[in-house]
Each structure stands twice: as C-alpha cells, then as structure tokens.
Ligand binder design. Structure first.
Ligand code: AHM
Ligand code: MG
Length: 337
C-alpha cells in the first residue's frame, strides 16, 4: 500500500535538482526532522515522564526556562552536532553560539533554532513548536564565530517549524514554496499532507496580544481600531480575532486560512531598551521566510524583516506578518506616521 511521500523522500527528490548538491543539506534536514520527532515524543508524554514545569534556570534574556525548553535544546544539539554538516549552532536557549566538539567533523551550514517556542503554553497543554533556520557558512577555513550568524534573512537556505498540536506537523521551505507534513505516529514518518501551502491575500482575522494595547504605536492602534469597528468603519467588514500566544500555532493558522499576526513595537519595550518581543534569528527570520514563500509578507512596521542586517545573536524585532494586503496596509500606516 502506498503511504504517500515521506519528508525524507520529498527532500531528497527536491535536492536532486539543486545545482552542486552534495547531500549534506539533505542529511542535515533529516537530522532536524529526527530532533523534532524526539521533541514531539517528549511533549506528547508531558506529565507522564515528569517533563512539565520549570527547570529552575534562566536563559540569556532572563526568562525562566521550562524543563522541556532545556530538554528540547539538548535534543536538537544531540541530533545535529555529530554529522559533520554544521559548523556551529545558535539557539534561543543558549547565551553563546554552540561550537561543534572537536571529536566531530565540521560542516558548511549554520543552524539557528528556538527548540520550544511558546513554552508558556506547555503546562496548560496548548500547542507549542520548534522553529529553525539554516544558513550557509562563509568560505573560510576557520571556526564559525558569532559574526557568521549575523546574516540577513534573505540569505537563509531553508527554514521551517514543527508544530506539536493535536497532530505533529512539520512545515518547510527551501526557497521553493512551502510544504507541510504530518507525523504518522504508527510508522514514525512525516507524510506530505499539505503540498504548496499558500496564504490568502485578503483576510478578516487578526492576532495580537490586546493587553498591550495602551503601549502600541499609533499605526498599530489605528489598524486594530479599524478592525474592531468592523462593517461600520473604513474597512467595511467585520473582523475576527485569535491569540494563542504560540507563534508557531499562529503562523500555522495563517498558512491554513490567512490572517495577520502582530507582535509590534510598544512603549513598554522601548523603555526597557528592547527592540521588540520576538527574536530575529530564531523566530522572525525563519517565519518570515516561510510566510513570504507562501505568498504572504513580513515586516517590522516600515521594513521587510528579511532585509534587516542583524546586530546581535539575541536581537529582538517587531513582527507583523501574514496576508499580503493587510501587511501592506499596515506598512502604509507606518510610513504615513
Ligand atoms: P518564547 O520564545 O519565550 O516562548 O516567546 C515567544 C512567544 C511566541 O510564541 C508568542 O507569539 C509570544 O511569545 C506570546 O507572547 P505573550 O505571552 O506576550 O502574548
Ligand atoms: Mg521563542
């Protein structure tokens, strides 16, 4: 019986047409897939294996780490460091870049990841996910440094996420559209279930943490106000709202039925000297790549996220992404202001 295309087969067949492909990239993607299957398994078992709750530590941004944050980070390292395909890793959960131990060969790719995004949702059993991005290393013989990671999002070779929801899914782009795969737990393989995912250009659904409303900048306030007035206002239609507080689930919804997601700049963050909530290298860039490849758009407000020159490993940025016409409208409001 034919079970459909597995993610391994899909990646291998896609790479067959890539000029100069050596198989390293295919192998690295497969290691990432394995890491996500292992994380999925831990997330699924939750309290049964004592995996919930806090780890009693903080990450570089002073956020409390959950046990599963730490565990997922370890799994990602363990699955990718040995292969000889990566030069170094960078993770939301590690202060510095992770250098490949001397015992292993080094490869020409750099990997950035948020091992478990939305981890404030873990203890309440709501969807969480893993986000990752692959960059190519510069043609130097030396070891990778932090500076090698500070590349604009347009330089990404691949990006994607795993969503641990009612089913576990993997959504991937290598710059050639976006494809979604669902984990068949019985055979342990991701199967192509969502070929060629595209984001509808128009939408009547937005996502934002409205509790920050009084801190937003004028363009975002205006946009949300207009959505809330609905039919009677300048938009001439009623809007629906969603907020899961799990970016992976949010982006997945937008890839499925459209919408606009905003974690904009606000005065509270500005006071703390923070550039935004979400991290450029681990969250904003990979998600922007996926969203743009699905026909959507992704900006900070005025600027396209993927064109930003990163200044630091853990840099934060405002994020507005989703259905193209809404994002363009928001960009227009920012440029007027
Ligand atoms: P995390 O990486 O610490 O989990 O934070 C990122 C998450 C996103 O998934 C989500 O969009 C956002 O934080 C939710 O923030 P808030 O709790 O302010 O609504
Ligand atoms: Mg995160």
């Amino acid at each position: 019986m034919h079970h459909g295309t597995t993610i391994t087969q899909f990646i291998a067949e896609e790479q067959r047409h890539a000029p100069g492909a050596t198989g390293q990239f295919t192998a690295l993607l497969n290691d990432i897939v394995t890491a996500c299957k292992m994380i999925s398994n831990q997330v699924n078992h939750g309290a049964l294996i004592g995996a919930l709750g806090s780890a009693g530590s903080e990450n570089v941004q002073g956020e409390t780490q959950k046990k599963l944050d730490v565990l997922s980070n370890q799994m990602f390292i363990q699955c990718t460091e040995w292969s000889g395909h990566v030069g170094a890793l960078a993770s939301e959960e590690m202060d510095e870049i992770y250098e490949i131990p001397k015992a292993y060969p080094r490869g020409r790719y750099l990997l950035t990841f948020d091992p478990l995004d939305g981890s404030s949702n873990i203890d309440v059993n709501v969807s969480v996910g893993t986000i990752f991005s692959i960059l190519r290393m510069a043609d130097t013989d030396g070891d990778a440094t932090e500076r090698d990671f500070l590349k604009a999002g347009t330089e990404q070779v691949a990006a994607g996420y795993a969503l641990y929801g009612p089913s576990t899914m993997m959504v991937l782009t290598t710059g050639n559209g976006v494809n979604g795969f669902t984990l068949d737990q019985n055979i342990g393989e991701f199967i192509l279930t969502h070929p060629n995912m595209t984001i509808p250009t128009d939408t009547a659904e937005f996502a934002i943490n409205a509790s920050n409303g009084r801190f937003w900048e004028a363009p975002v306030k205006r946009y949300v106000d207009e959505c809330l007035v609905g039919k009677e206002g300048p938009r001439g239609k009623d809007f629906n709202m969603r907020w899961i507080a799990s970016m992976v689930a949010e982006v997945h919804r937008i890839l499925t039925r459209g919408g606009v997601f905003m974690y904009p700049m606000d005065s509270k963050m500005a006071e703390k000297g923070q550039g935004g909530k979400l991290r450029l290298l681990y969250e904003a860039n990979p998600m922007s790549f996926v969203v743009e490849q699905a026909g959507g758009a992704s900006i900070t407000g005025k600027q396209r996220i993927m064109e930003m020159q990163p200044e630091g490993l853990h840099q934060r940025v405002p994020v507005i992404l989703g259905s193209r016409n809404e994002v363009e409208r928001l960009q227009g409001y920012h440029n007027e202001g």
